[in-house]
Design a protein around this ligand. Structure first.
Ligand code: G3I
Length: 326
């Protein structure tokens, strides 16, 4: 059977994966599977500000992210950069001090210069700003953010403008979760990007994280609902990428019906991307169930990915393959 990356390429899409500790452990079987199945990678953690720059201003730890980029180049994979400005995973030297608005703007520019500059010419797309909007209302997120309390929405414009200046060849994305669902947060992201376009701030795409579930709040939307949402943003002239796909079920004790609905959700997300020409990539947030962030963040939920812990394919994998025409 053809690997996912070949099936996706035949449809003009990329199929990618987030890599973290398991990749860096150099497990030969795991890394061979990654190279066989996927043609795009993103760092699950190591390109975030804290892991990269925890040791102080201008002090970067490039070894792991450089190894990831080298692996991608060796294996003909594109790289998504994740992420330049976020309210989580920031170093304490940054968050533990009080800075003036001018200095904060300068620190953000410096970081973008360092990181985007380091990887210039090697990155398909940057998640320039991640999760800037609150759940529910969609208002600008200030809690935990080093940026929004002092700079307001302006930090977003600063980050995108600087990223474009440093690497004009990289696509620039706004990335967030729960945008898959119509409502205030989706409307707010739409208005944010419309405003950026009106101000001539460079933005090329929107990342739908797509952390979905079977049952409860984040139940995966229908295929048609996803198509409608993607078309809404494509009409702004944006590329669409599904950046962090996973679909969790209740565990232990997921029923056959749960697992069928989960596989269906995976297939629907892939089919919706294929139905919208602006959608050019789908990435899952991890390879095998055991390495998923879901297990620790949502106790009682899991089994969210395409492979089991013996690296065997699951019904979710089959659903993705079928949706890709395999
Ligand atoms: O870096 C330390 C390491 O030094 C230490 O040994 C280890 C021990 O616990 O902790 C390490 O940091 C953890 C890191 O993952 C690496 O394992 C952090 O505490 C932990 O908070 C971090 O969680 C990550 C989370 O983002 C927060 O950054 C998850 O792995 C990662 O999957 C998750 O990914 C996010 C996306 O970036 C944005 N969208 C949502 C998605 C899921 O939360």
């Amino acid at each position: 059977a053809s690997p996912l990356r070949e099936l996706a390429a035949a449809k003009g899409r990329s199929f990618g994966v987030a890599l973290d500790a398991k990749f860096f452990a150099n497990d030969a079987a795991y890394n061979a599977l990654v190279a066989r199945e996927f043609d795009m990678v993103v760092a699950g953690n190591v390109m975030k500000w804290e892991p990269l720059n925890r040791n102080g201003r201008f002090t970067y730890r490039w070894a792991n992210p450089d190894a990831l980029v080298a692996f991608a180049q060796t294996n003909g994979m594109k790289v998504r950069g994740h992420t330049l400005a976020w309210h989580q995973q920031n170093p304490t030297w940054l968050t533990g001090a009080t800075w003036s608005a001018d200095t904060l703007r300068q620190l953000l520019k410096e970081h973008v210069d360092s990181v985007v500059g380091h990887y210039k010419g090697k990155i398909h797309a940057w998640d320039v700003v991640n999760e800037a909007l609150n759940d529910g209302s969609g208002s600008l997120r200030t809690t935990g953010s080093p940026w929004a309390p002092a700079l307001g929405r302006d930090y977003i414009d600063v980050a995108f403008t600087e990223a474009r200046r440093v690497d004009p060849g990289a696509l620039l994305f706004y990335n967030d979760y729960n945008l898959e669902f119509p409502g205030a947060k989706q409307d707010s992201a739409f208005a944010l990007i419309q405003g950026m376009k009106a101000r001539n701030v460079p933005i090329d795409g929107i990342g739908f994280q797509a952390h979905l579930q079977v049952g409860g709040g984040a139940t995966a939307p229908s295929r048609q609902a996803l198509v409608n949402t993607f078309n809404r943003f494509a009409a702004l002239g944006l590329k669409i990428e599904i950046t962090e796909l996973d679909v969790r079920v209740r565990t232990p004790g997921a029923t056959a019906a749960d697992l069928a609905a989960q596989a269906q959700a995976y297939g629907d997300v892939v089919a919706a991307c294929l139905a919208v020409s602006a959608c050019d990539a789908i990435l899952v947030w991890g390879v095998n169930d055991g390495e998923s962030w879901i297990n620790t963040t949502f106790p009682g939920w899991g089994q969210a990915l395409l492979f089991d812990d013996a690296l065997g394919t699951k019904a979710t994998y089959t659903a993705v393959r079928t949706a890709l025409g395999g």
